[in-house]
Design a protein around this ligand. Structure first.
Ligand code: PMP
Length: 446
């Protein structure tokens, strides 16, 4: 009997005992192809020898030192690596233990920036519906995932909410992609004006939406429009790339494909690839300069910031990605994955949309393709698909639709950057069989 508060309090998951490359093995000796990296975490696969060696070296030398007393070479090197490879003047890094902490840090850094430059009346953020920024209270507040928020809503800071950018769901049939994008930007500008631009800290958004709607990329020009509006109204643009960043979409940062540079970026999952818990915030020159010129202190901090062992793992992961040119692999295998999803799944009667970038793909399931009507959430189709895939030795990340019934069940696919063509074939073929089987059961039930 497990004494852990597991995600489900009704069941205990299989016990993972070992992992190698793209596979995890459970206590019964069964192997699973990890085609979602847990939650888009394991970008290098498991047990990469170079990462393990770097971690061993670090632990032998210096496992931990508190930042109130020391910095360490490894953390300094990781900061140098990340700021060297980031575009624009994202010249500073702050290291935490995961994605939610990174988002909390970004929100507080943005707020302190305005206090330091004499604009303390800026107290609110603008963020989008159907987004996820983490489960701590600040991150949950900017997030727009109602299912995750609803119990805690009374505890959350007030946020100005605008629509998600989701062309499959929200672009009208008679509307061009450009007109849809402009409509969203008009809505954003209107929301800024109604709230009072002088009261706003910044706009926070996932570049490619991950957990809530499944690898949903922005439309062309959308983020450039966001950048322009933030500049026009003196707001900061915070890109949450906790899930979609660090190479997952084929460029180190997903926003590079949109030709914008945010003021603050959060990264986490692919930063350390799951070898250690680590997240980070990258901040632009002007923000850190304002703090330097002002109080000379970022009023924040956790016990495990700049953890040397976590930094050693992340540095090794990032060095392997660069050395082995794995962003090219993400582009090549990503193209194969998307093509197969379109060709093999796209024709199925209950696959409404396949989308994403690089090795970050989403499949949205619908009961009716023409009207895009989702399945009844009571069917818990996503849970059936997950169980069926696990039975066949495949890990993908299915999620339910939204509470308002607007968005359907979807599946997130995020294999490691070392994934092979035949592993991609297995993922797509297995998913096809599972979707046919599970949607067939629902059709018989209806
Ligand atoms: N932001 C985004 C975009 C995420 O996808 C997640 C995690 N799924 C988080 C923040 C929170 O990260 P963590 O679970 O590491 O706290």
């Amino acid at each position: 009997m497990s004494q852990i508060i597991h995600r489900s309090l009704h069941s205990t998951p299989p016990v993972a005992v070992s992992a190698q490359g793209a596979y995890i093995t459970d206590a019964a000796g069964k192997r699973y192809l990890d085609a979602c990296g847990g939650a888009a975490v394991s970008c290098l696969g498991h047990a990469h020898p170079d990462v393990l060696a770097a971690m061993h070296r670090q632990i032998d030398q210096l496992a931990y030192a508190h930042t109130g007393f020391f910095t360490s070479d490894t953390v300094e090197q990781l900061a140098a690596q990340l700021t060297r490879t980031a575009p624009g003047d994202l010249n500073y890094a702050y290291f935490v233990s995961g994605g939610s902490e990174a988002v909390e840090t970004a929100l507080k850094l943005a707020r302190q920036y305005f206090v330091e430059i004499g604009q303390p009346q800026r107290t609110r953020f603008v963020a989008r519906a159907q987004s996820y920024h983490g489960n701590t209270l600040g991150a949950l507040a900017v997030g727009g995932n109602e299912w995750r928020r609803r119990q805690f809503a009374p505890l959350l800071i007030d946020v100005v909410r605008v629509s998600a950018c989701n062309a499959y769901r929200d672009r009208r049939a008679d509307e061009s992609e450009q007109a849809y994008t402009q409509r969203l930007l008009n809505e954003l500008e209107q929301a800024i004006l109604e709230a009072g631009p002088e009261t706003l800290i910044g706009f926070c958004a996932e570049t490619v939406v991950g957990a809530t709607t499944g690898a949903t990329p922005p439309t062309p020009g959308y983020l450039q429009g966001v950048r322009r509006l933030c500049d026009k109204y003196g707001m900061l643009y915070i890109a949450d790339e906790v899930m979609c960043g660090m190479g997952r979409t084929g460029t180190l940062h997903a926003f590079e494909q949109d030709d914008v540079v945010p003021d603050i970026v959060t990264i986490a999952k692919g930063l350390g690839g799951g070898y250690q818990p680590i997240g980070a915030v990258l901040a632009s020159e002007k923000i850190v300069a304002a703090l330097q010129a002002g109080s000379g202190l970022f009023q924040h901090g956790h016990t495990y910031i700049c953890h040397p062992t976590a930094a050693a793992a992340a540095l090794a992961v990032q060095q392997v990605i660069e050395r082995d040119n794995l962003l090219e692999a993400v582009k090549t295998q990503g193209a194969r994955l998307h093509q197969q999803l379109r060709e093999v799944l796209g024709e199925l009667p209950h696959v409404g949309d396949t989308r994403g970038r690089g090795l970050f793909a989403g499949v949205e399931l619908v009961e009716d393709k023409a009207s895009k009507r989702p399945f009844d959430p009571a069917f818990k189709l996503h849970a059936q698909i997950k169980a069926n895939c696990m039975a066949r030795g495949l890990m993908v990340y299915p999620m339910g639709g939204t509470l308002d019934g607007q968005y359907g069940d979807h599946i997130l696919i995020a294999p490691p950057f070392i994934v092979t063509a035949s592993q991609i074939d297995f993922v797509v073929d297995t998913l096809r069989q599972v979707i046919v089987e599970e949607t067939g059961k629902l059709a018989r039930r209806a």
